[in-house]
Design a protein around this ligand. Sequence first.
Ligand code: SF4
Length: 275
Amino acid sequence: MGEPDTRNRALLAWYHREARTLPWRGRTDPWEILVSEVMLQQTQASRVAERYEAFLAAFPTPGALAAAPLPDALAHWQGLGYPRRVVRLRDAAAHVASHGWPRTPDALRRLPGVGPYTAAAVACFAFGVPVAAVDTNLRRVLSRWEGRHLGPGEAERLAASLIDRRRPADWNQALMDLGALLCRPTRPDCPRCPVASWCTDPSAYRPPRRQPPYVGSHREARGRVLAALLEAAATEEELTRSTALPRDRVRRAVASLLDDGLVRRDGPRLSVADG
Ligand code: SF4
């Protein structure tokens, strides 16, 4: 038996003992998986875990989200950030409600808001396709295994050659958990790692640039303006008062929300778009 098989056995045995308990784990419904993966694209797992069940309770099927007014969808996305994601998720839901689920990674990628990672995750977890779902966490782990920083294409090719084809979903999730629990971006916990004997160089990873702080950011201003408009339509002046943000930040936030089609203007009054 080759080295990857031995490493996979050690990895999967560790996963069997140490897997994280997350509300989307073990699910095979493609809608439930797509919702979790879109939420996880830019939001921490702990925050997603707080919102996931409520979102699915409100929109239990693609048809339910596709039929929902945009303000309802945005209201249930509150706290997750990057609200354009729910607009695209709603577009994807409309496509699925009309045409059914695509089942391969290539076909899934044609859905709005679905990139290579999300497509692979849905194909693997829902439809059992033995494809690796390579995000930055997996790239970090694989780079350390290989002993050099891997680009996205290289990491995908390597992952495709290593994946356990009998248990592809467990393999993907085992690597995700290894990346989250032990093989962290800084200070990996190598002494407790089940695959340390096969790892070439724990320093072989260049962390991405840190995100700027949320407080004081354009993202924060957008979130606060959108939250205020979900309460009630308002003018820029009223928004400046209700958000307690400087007028120029409100103006820039409004301009970008208008650009994104999340907000509409009716004379001086602004409201959440209902398209
Ligand atoms: S030995 Fe350390 S660097 Fe290598 S995979 Fe395990 S935790 Fe990551």
